[in-house]
Design a binder for this molecule. Structure first.
Ligand SMILES: [Zn+2]
Ligand SMILES: [Zn+2]
Ligand SMILES: [Zn+2]
Length: 222
């Protein structure tokens, strides 16, 4: 049996949605106990911890859940002629793969496709040809909004915490049914995702419209 000494990781970044590839050598790997890898956008892709001679723990943030998943695996599965999938355990969807480069590159073609199919079902959009980037931003904004709801960080200054959410082709609208407050999140740009992460909360102003743009300086009321 030939044991490959190089393995390739292909993974979808949970922050920007882009596929990233890294190569790992079996030899350099035995020198550290824990190492993290980052996307070109700066977001964490994956952390590998060396547990013992044969066992590794892999932690990766998930695009679908907004949280991290863990996988315990063996060196023989990471450096193998077969492919090892990194899945979202909640949605059973692939986030990345370890394995020989040609196999990984091949399998990664499906990651974006499956993501678009998944989001199409959620937003009831029949147009399966829609751009990946648009779907990615819609999904990621919705995911961030639901996390704000969980933490009580989404609401209206009138006291209402239950805002209605509507997905439109170019924006997501938040509306308060207790007053006439409206929040318009522009989704034409991925940088809105970084802005939402930085502010962490949205409060609408009573009876006013809040425009939420990709840079904080552009936020304004009407
Ligand atoms: Zn990224
Ligand atoms: Zn997940
Ligand atoms: Zn209100």
């Amino acid at each position: 049996m030939i044991v490959p000494t190089i393995t390739t990781l292909g993974i979808q970044c949970s922050k920007c949605g882009e596929l990233q590839f890294r190569a790992f050598s079996l030899f350099t790997f035995s020198h550290f106990t824990k190492e993290s890898y980052y996307c070109a956008c700066g977001a964490l892709l994956l952390t590998i911890s060396y547990i013992d001679k044969r066992t590794y723990s892999i932690e990766y943030p998930c695009i679908y859940c907004g949280e991290s998943h863990f996988l315990l695996t063996k060196a023989s599965e990471l450096w193998s002629e077969n492919i090892l999938p990194l899945l979202c355990s909640n949605q059973e969807l692939p986030i990345g793969y370890f394995g020989p480069k040609p196999l990984v590159v091949n399998h990664c073609q499906d990651i974006k496709k499956k993501f678009v199919q998944f989001v199409c079902q959620l937003v009831n959009d029949e147009d399966k040809e829609s751009e990946f980037d648009i779907f990615f931003v819609v999904y990621a904004v919705m995911e961030k909004l639901s996390r704000m709801v969980d933490k009580g960080k989404l609401g209206c200054r009138c006291g209402n915490k239950n805002l209605a959410v509507e997905i439109l082709p170019d924006r997501i609208e938040l509306s308060c049914e207790c007053c006439d407050a409206l929040g318009i999140i522009h989704i034409n740009n991925k940088s809105i995702l970084y802005t939402l992460d930085n502010i962490g909360c949205i409060y609408l102003e009573e009876n006013m419209t809040l425009f939420i743009n990709d840079t904080l300086e552009n936020w304004h009321l009407q």
